[in-house]
Design a protein around this ligand. Structure first.
Ligand code: ASP
Length: 356
């Protein structure tokens, strides 16, 4: 388009350049993670590699279906996380890791960037979708965080599906628990009521190739919707063999989960929760972005700060321009992104770029 003579050049650049920038900027954008840890090419079988990538694509698809039809960032976050909670590959919902006492105790949180509303739950044992419970706390209670039996009762009272604790059981995580307890010289609890009998020795490889893991598979999502609003959510079973009602960073707003339109960020973290709490990882990333850092630089600085304290892990960050960022101090993080201007892409290993 010719620039009318009367408009000074600098103003013309502003007037005519900004629509081009706006065209490049995605109308909506979405990113997910499925946990960070020692995930190397040698630690996954080819089948597991394929299965994780397919699961990440399904979650991206769930989120993008919401956002592409004009849905909210919070709806997209919940849709993707619920899918991953139901997927036994991830340490959230079904497939969560076990406490030392042989239970699944589930934590989750959500936050809306538009008005800084937030909801969190910890230690759920019967609510099928902890992320839905966290959202219900935010929208249907005067509180921000509910724990334990009270949180499950609240979830039931607002109509969220309740299941027997055995619903969350997977043999792979149980074997992971036994390995962790043996290493710590702790007693191995009875298998939970209502779960299949223990596989015969040697049959485990057929059930699922054992992953050398302690906590992989926390799930999270961050979204920018077409209204320009940001949201974040995270869901986890926590750490294998956790004790004494341990709660990690995930449901601690500002540690594992945070979103703020004003600061221009949505963050979901995964990693050694104790250190992520102490480093206020998610809130600090937003502070850094508010002060002018890119999502990538802010995320990287913060995960490195947590590493200095002794905790490894990773974060996903979304900014108000719809740019997803991934930062990690581990060898891998299950992750993916999709937007109105870019197809779904996923990655697992730290040195790998996102690809379709
Ligand atoms: N951050 C989670 C927790 O500490 C665990 C993880 O992300 O792997 O509970």
């Amino acid at each position: 388009m010719p620039i009318p003579r009367l408009i000074p050049t600098a103003l013309a650049v502003l007037l005519f350049a900004s629509p081009a920038v706006a065209q490049d900027a995605p109308g909506w954008s979405f990113a997910i993670h499925g946990g960070a840890g020692v995930i190397e090419r040698a630690s996954l079988t080819p089948d597991q590699d394929v299965a994780y990538r397919a699961a990440l694509h399904r979650a991206l698809e769930a989120g993008s279906a919401v956002l592409a039809s004009g849905g909210t960032a919070m709806d997209a976050v919940q849709a993707a996380i619920q899918l991953m909670e139901d997927d036994p590959l991830f340490n959230a919902g079904r497939g969560a890791v076990f406490t030392a006492a042989g239970r699944n105790e589930l934590d989750a949180a959500v936050m809306n960037g538009a008005d800084l509303t937030a909801g969190a739950v910890a230690g759920l044992t019967t609510t099928r979708h902890p992320i839905a419970a966290a959202r219900a706390v935010m929208e249907q209670s005067p509180h921000v965080m509910l724990i334990g039996q009270g949180a499950d009762s609240f979830a039931a009272s607002v109509g969220l599906e309740q299941v027997a604790p055995s619903f969350f059981f997977t043999e792979r995580r149980w074997q992971g628990l036994e390995t962790a307890l043996r290493a710590q010289n702790l007693p191995i609890p009875e298998r939970p009521a209502g779960v299949p009998a223990a596989p015969a020795p040697g049959a485990m490889a057929e059930v699922a190739p054992p992953l050398n893991e302690r906590k992989f598979g926390t799930v999270g999502a961050v979204a920018l919707d077409s209204q320009g609003h940001l949201a974040a959510g995270t869901s986890t079973g926590g750490m294998t063999a956790k004790r004494w009602g341990r709660v990690g960073d995930v449901p601690v707003i500002g540690a594992g989960t945070y979103a703020s339109n004003r600061d221009g960020c949505a963050v979901s973290a995964t990693g050694d929760g104790e250190f992520y709490i102490r480093a206020s990882v998610a809130r600090d990333i937003c502070g850094r972005i508010q002060a002018g850092a890119t999502g990538q630089a802010a995320g990287q600085a913060e995960v490195e700060d947590a590493l200095l304290l002794g905790g490894s892990g990773g974060v996903i960050v979304m900014d108000t321009a719809g740019r997803p960022a991934f930062a990690l101090t581990t060898s891998g993080m299950y992750r993916g992104a999709v937007s109105s201007s870019a197809p779904a892409r996923v990655a697992i290993y730290g040195d790998e770029a996102l690809r379709p």
